[in-house]
Design a protein around this ligand. Structure first.
Ligand code: C5P
Length: 313
């Protein structure tokens, strides 16, 4: 039986701006996303039955269709019935290293890996753009997780424009193991508090979403200027998550007390990250935060920016 092993990396948001609401009740976003080298490993094996079987050793990861990786396999089965009939079902094993419900797109990355892996298992030869279109049916972050690197994401987050690679920059990530933030909660709460500020006119929404291309953060990325990038980090969801989760706010303050290039929450949180210009600065920051917060529930990771999303090993 054929098998593939894929690496599914985490992402952080260098910029997350909510500009309006869409007819489908999702938010219109302008984001700049960055892949980091903290990653899950996803193994895929063809089965000679028509089952989809999911394994994962993590106690909090569901093994049924509530898991996006399972739904990714189901979607491929629906979209390519002839290949499914020819090649059979699939056994998926997730080796989790990315914290769950963390704002790091771990679940979306697993689903992205399943799409890429089944394309290979079933010898479909689907283009990356078409895989991303399929990914958008599963979740807003899945298309970015397929291509990865550094990119602007607009629309729901599914429209991706690649930016030049930022390899060489480091990010230290911090997350309390037992603390999770629900993404729907974060967006719904934001809407309650800030809907009056949303852009209404389609032309204004379009201008705001296109404006990012000529904005200062994109300029800094094109110049590869890590110091400027660190000074321009932005996330609208901090406005609702930090007041509701004092531990996240305290962790962010602790990161900021030590030398680094800039600190922000990723996605809907609760992961907080700081950028560093070298591995030694990142490791120093890791030890400083670890020494200041002795709570064993706090997980810290030294990661490096990388220039691609899901890859086969
Ligand atoms: O697309 P995905 O299923 O990952 O989104 C999770 C939740 O985040 C949605 O159900 C919605 O509440 C919120 N969301 C949003 N607007 C977006 C993306 C996500 O409101 N553009």
């Amino acid at each position: 039986m054929k098998s593939y092993t894929l690496i599914a990396p985490a992402k952080i948001n260098l910029h997350l701006e909510i500009i309006g609401i869409r007819p489908d009740n999702y938010h219109q976003l302008v984001m700049i996303m960055q892949t980091v080298d903290l990653a899950d490993r996803v193994e895929l094996k063809s089965l000679n039955t028509d089952d989809i079987i999911l394994h994962c050793g993590h106690p909090d990861v569901p093994l049924d269709r509530t898991n996006l990786a399972y739904r990714a396999a189901e979607l491929m089965q629906q979209e390519f019935p002839d290949a499914f009939a020819k090649y059979g079902g699939v056994e998926i094993t997730l080796h989790k290293h990315i914290p769950i419900a963390a704002g790091l797109a771990g679940g979306s990355g697993n689903a992205a890996a399943v799409l890429v892996g089944i394309d290979l298992l079933w010898e479909l030869g689907i283009t990356q753009a078409s895989l991303q279109e399929l990914g958008a049916k599963l979740g807003s972050d899945v298309p970015f997780c397929i291509s990865g690197g550094t990119a602007i994401a607009t629309g729901r987050g599914e429209l991706i424009s690649p930016l030049p690679s930022l390899e060489g920059i480091y990010a230290v990530l911090g997350k309390y193991h037992s603390l999770e933030v629900s993404t729907p909660w974060a967006y719904t709460t934001y809407r309650h508090e800030f809907e009056h500020e949303y852009a209404q006119e389609p032309a204004t929404l379009f201008d705001r979403s296109q404006g990012v291309h000529s904005g200062n953060l994109v300029k800094a990325i094109v110049e590869g200027d890590a110091v400027k990038i660190g000074g321009l980090l932005y996330n609208d969801l901090e406005k609702v998550v930090l007041p509701a989760y004092p531990l996240v706010s305290q962790l962010r303050t602790e990161f900021q007390r030590h030398p680094n290039l800039g600190t922000m929450m990723s996605g809907s949180g609760p992961t907080v990250f700081s950028l560093a210009s070298s591995r030694s600065q990142a490791e120093q920051l890791y030890h400083q935060v670890r020494a200041a917060i002795t709570d064993p529930d706090l997980e810290l990771f030294v990661t490096q920016f990388c220039d691609q999303g899901v890859r086969v090993v």
